[in-house]
Design a protein around this ligand. Sequence first.
Ligand code: SF4
Ligand code: SF4
Length: 432
Amino acid sequence: MRVMTQLAMVMNLDKCIGCHTCSVTCKQVWTNRAGTEYVWFNNVETRPGQGYPRRYEDQDRWKGGWETDRRGRLRLRAGGRFKKLATIFANPLMPNIRDYYEPWTYDYDTLFTAPEQEHTPVARPRSLISGRPMKVEWSANWDDDLAGDPSPDPVLQSVSEQVKLEFEKTFMFFLPRICEHCLNPSCVASCPSGALYKRSEDGIVLVDQDRCRGWRMCVTGCPYKKVYFNHRTGKAEKCTFCFPRVEVGIPTICAETCVGRLRYIGPVLYDADRVAGAAAVPDERDLVEAQKSVLLDPEDPAVQEAARESGVRDDWLEACRRSPVHKLIFEYGVALPLHPEYRTMPMVWYIPPLSPVVDALGRTGHDGEDAGNLFGAIDALRIPVDYLAGLFTAGDPAPVREVLRKLAAMRSHMREVNLGRVPDPAVSASVG
Ligand code: SF4
Ligand code: SF4
């Protein structure tokens, strides 16, 4: 057993209000420079929606999906008329600036310099990249404003298709995303220059700017589209998990400034020898359990001994034992990985959102979080379980249902505690 440590994150989606504070503070710290105007290492997507860059989740749609070779390395299945292309390149689909969005500012001068006229002057948008006036046609979170309206744009129409929008059934939530700092990172595997690497001490995936030659194979190779190309420097850039901050014991900037306090950071232990095998399990629906099987229990004396033999320091072992990430995944069992079917073994996991139960068991208007109501009522949640399963469990609704039941039971319990109907010494102790 080769024990390694990995810094990981869990985000509780019930708490995200889509304020974008995390994105803005990340941008101020990391991508507030020429060449990275369109880049958001941290973005917050509207769900349902196309994401950022748009339709990044559909990138395998022509080629038959992802698969792994015998060593667990990710590649696209070559198929159809793209077979030759897919053989040459790991992933021929490269997002363009319109898929991200062309960033703009406004010509505010017009407001002061326009001659007197019938209508109030308008500050028109101007491209931050070319400097020319532009028409804004798309940007991340465009879906916020769609609200189910059929759009003349065929791409946007697919959003309505996706959720089969009927007004009373509409739902929306936010999905904050950073680089997944994967255990099996396809960006690292796809770089011909060896510029991308995974740090052995904490698993953070970084780009060596001196070695990067601007091939952009990492941009196409990352299924989460979390490597970006700086068009000024000609180099790839990506989320660094704020390594200069975490190295001195302070959280990432997105976590520190998160208004909803929904980001949990901590290290986990994993068996590096089992990563390739777990990434290659044939059935996609087994991938969540396969990924969990790679992570190790820091309370297990055998694991502790193997970790020491592998060079894991005692203070890291202690941090793993106290890690909220480990607790949320294993002890409480409420966190799930994003798109495990991409097979990169992502290390940013999510607690799925528990929306209100709509008309639970025929009791119209009841929020239905009472644990008793939930058996049989989970499928009446406003956010369809199948939609969440498509995000977190490769389409298997069973693990999502299990998590939602736990969350509902806890919410119901806490309501009783807060109303003083049920004593809970654990809550009193933590409040006291
Ligand atoms: Fe690499 Fe993409 Fe995984 Fe980040 S999310 S480690 S960029 S493959
Ligand atoms: Fe969501 Fe927190 Fe980001 Fe606001 S700061 S959008 S609550 S993750």
